[in-house]
Design a binder for this molecule. Structure first.
Ligand code: NAD
Length: 492
């Protein structure tokens, strides 16, 4: 393969990311490439083959052949063995993959090595185990008939991925897609091609037949992304990314009525009642605000604190934020690395400027950290005194920027939390059991955490309401998306 691997911590090496189609690495027929940048240094670290309709056509044809070939005829046990093995190899190559993920995204190595990569491996292990227990329904209609459903793969599935948790989110789709017997064409985010490229090699090493997993690099609009979403021989698309992109994909996919699963943007409320354990709320809020540079769809960027506890919370939150170290993602002491790109950093900075114009106070952060001008760094930023209707409170920023707003009663804060077209996740902090249930049940979000954040059991439904998503992933929900049921009715 053409991807050299990161063997030393942050040494820049020329990476050549090619498409992986039918078990082989290819450059684009056009010879077109684009640069891949390390956001921590803004240095070009390699070239990425720029795929388009041609490469998508090849990949879809390979996936279709594989669907009806060896993959289809394999026993469930054989499939389970291969899926588990992919997870095993990811763990064996954890250090290498974590370095690549950090080079590509700018996230701290401490995060990619403890969260992104182990979780990517676990996605395969989890779904390999889970598929053994997947059954279907059967109904007897008196003495007249018996009905039973059989489960079959959806077919060739397009998996379109974002840059914030590249391997974690890709494998969160790929593992159940394979477990349900489908074949896949993957379109990784153009900003983060490294770990996806290596995954091709890993799948092959695990014994996956050629063509079952295909990876095509490229951009979204008028490129590999759109070619995949409108391809007539693709049966389903599982997409994670921006809400606006989801709408475009939905339109493209409508021509052949593809099955769709969307995990989209969020602007999630973090509600802290005065009776909560404030120290614990502060510690967790630090993570739900700034982990992965705030580039996590479930970050709780709208913080609402009951007025009685507002000063206590804000003082502690500011003082803990001051302790966070922004810097070189390969330094083990770093808490916040670089944002994904210069363009995205500019976009987040514009929101900070807007917050000032909208009357907000930047109580900490608000700028680029001194001495780190050569990378895409931003200080963790807390904004107070901002109107509830300001764009900074309404729109997804996807960076280390949060607003803190006081509230006086439960109904008021529920209304504020729900005053958005997003509905991905929410966090509620309270020690009042009844209030916890009452409030959690009224927040319009696909996932509500009480006195915690980001605690995940992969069997549970994951996804967003309103314009934050379509469908649910996780456990049986992933299987429902990645398989088709046929009911067979036999007259007795
Ligand atoms: P994005 O929508 O810009 O891109 C995501 C992917 O879609 C990329 O691979 C891109 O090339 C592709 N794409 C873009 N335009 C396309 C088009 N017209 N047709 C087909 N494909 C196209 O999103 P992003 O900037 O990579 O990721 C950040 C967004 O993802 C945020 O909004 C974040 O909230 C969301 N996100 C959601 C979840 C979730 O689980 N709900 C998880 C992570 C990220």
């Amino acid at each position: 393969m053409n991807l050299q691997t990161a063997t030393s911590a942050n040494r820049v090496q020329p990476f050549d990311c090619r498409h992986f189609i039918n078990g082989r690495y290819f450059a684009s027929e056009s010879g077109k490439t684009f640069d891949n940048m390390n956001p921590a240094t803004k240095e070009v670290i390699g070239k990425v083959s720029e795929g388009g309709k041609k490469e998508i056509d090849l990949a879809v044809a390979a996936a279709r052949r594989a669907l009806n070939g060896r993959w289809k005829n394999m026993t469930g046990d054989d499939r389970i063995r291969i899926i588990r093995k992919i997870g095993d190899i990811i763990l064996e190559r954890k250090d290498e993959l974590a370095k690549l993920e950090t080079l590509d995204t700018g996230k701290p190595l401490s995060l990619s090595s403890t969260m992104d990569i182990p979780r990517a491996a676990f996605n395969f292990h989890f779904f390999a185990d889970f598929m053994r227990g997947v059954g279907t329904e059967a109904y007897q209609t008196d003495d007249i008939a018996i009905n039973y459903a059989i489960r079959r793969p959806v077919g060739v599935v397009g998996l379109i991925n974002p840059w914030n948790l590249p391997l974690l989110l890709l494998t969160w789709k790929l593992a159940p897609c394979l477990a349900a017997g489908n074949t896949a064409v993957i379109k990784p985010a153009e900003l983060t091609p490294l770990t996806a490229t290596l995954l091709g090699e890993i799948c092959q090493e695990a014994g996956l037949p050629d063509g079952v997993v295909n990876i095509v690099h490229g951009f979204g609009p008028e490129s590999a992304g759109s070619a995949l979403s409108e391809h007539p021989d693709v049966d389903a698309i599982s997409f994670t990314g921006e809400t606006t992109t989801g709408k475009i994909i939905m339109e493209a996919a409508s021509k052949t009525l593809k099955k769709l699963s969307f995990e989209l943007g969020g602007k999630n409320p973090n509600i802290i009642f005065a009776d909560a354990d404030i120290d614990e709320a502060v510690e967790t809020t630090l993570k739900s605000s700034f982990v992965n540079q705030g580039e996590v769809c479930m970050c709780g960027s709208r913080i609402y604190v009951e007025r009685e506890a507002y000063d206590e919370f804000l003082d502690a939150f500011i003082s803990k934020t001051k302790e966070l170290r922004v810097g070189d993602p390969f330094d083990p002491e770093t808490n916040i690395g670089a944002l994904i790109s210069a363009e995205h950093t500019e976009r987040v900075m514009n929101y900070i400027t807007l917050a000032k114009k909208e009357g907000g106070d930047i109580v900490i952060g608000g700028g680029r950290p001194e001495g780190l001008e050569s990378g895409c760094y931003l200080e963790p930023t807390i904004i107070t005194g901002i109107s509830r209707s300001s764009r900074v409170v309404k729109e997804e920023i996807f960076g280390p920027v949060v607003t803190v707003i006081p509230f006086d009663d439960e109904d008021e804060v529920i209304a504020q939390a729900n005053d958005t077209h997003y509905g991905l996740s929410a966090t509620v902090w309270t020690n009042d059991l009844r209030r916890a249930h009452r409030v959690a049940g009224q927040i319009e979000a696909g996932m509500v955490w009480v006195n915690t954040w980001f605690l995940r059991d992969l069997r549970t439904p994951f996804g967003g309401m309103k314009q934050s998503g379509l469908g649910r992933e996780g456990g049986m929900h992933s299987f429902e998306f990645f398989s088709e049921l046929s009911n067979i009715c036999i007259k007795l």
